[in-house]
Ligand binder design. Structure first.
Ligand code: TYD
Length: 133
């Protein structure tokens, strides 16, 4: 089974400014079906708090910083994302929450599926039951 991991992205350094990019199936281990972003998060708010049955995703802090707390049913790990040249890959079947958003932070999420509410597991007990099946 795939594991969550930090993936470093290409970084083209230039005196005019830096450039990074993501290619589906190349820098991240899935094809890109959707991109969405989370912004203007009020101080102290949390996002996420769910798992996906099938969707894989890759999260980048395009601006500012935030924490991604991931939980595979046995252990929790916190990743602090604060640069736009790396991100966190999260396979399906992992509970994840985003918190500690800095002012003006911008979270980019690249996903392997189109939006489908039926793919969400929003209940932690249900998540634990699925993991232990
Ligand atoms: P949700 O994924 O629950 O947000 P978060 O995990 O960041 O807390 O989505 C919030 C709402 O937005 C929910 O009603 C579904 C809707 N939504 C879409 O319509 N399309 C999308 O691509 C996403 C990610 C969410």
């Amino acid at each position: 089974m795939n594991k969550p991991k930090i993936i470093n992205l290409p970084k083209i350094l230039d005196k005019r400014g830096n450039l990074s990019f993501i290619e589906g199936g190349n820098h991240i281990p899935f094809n890109i079906e959707r991109t969405y972003w989370i912004y203007d998060v009020p101080g102290g708010e949390q996002r996420g708090g769910h798992a996906f049955k099938l969707q894989h995703e890759f999260i980048v802090a395009m601006s500012g910083s935030f924490d991604v707390v991931i939980d595979n049913g046995n252990e929790r790990k916190v990743y602090h994302l604060n640069r736009s040249y790396f991100g966190l890959y999260i396979p399906n079947g992992i509970w994840r929450q985003m918190e500690n958003f800095s002012t003006n932070s911008l979270a980019l999420v690249v996903a392997s599926t189109k939006y489908n509410e039926a793919d969400y597991i929003r209940n932690y007990e249900q998540f634990e039951n699925l993991i232990n099946e």
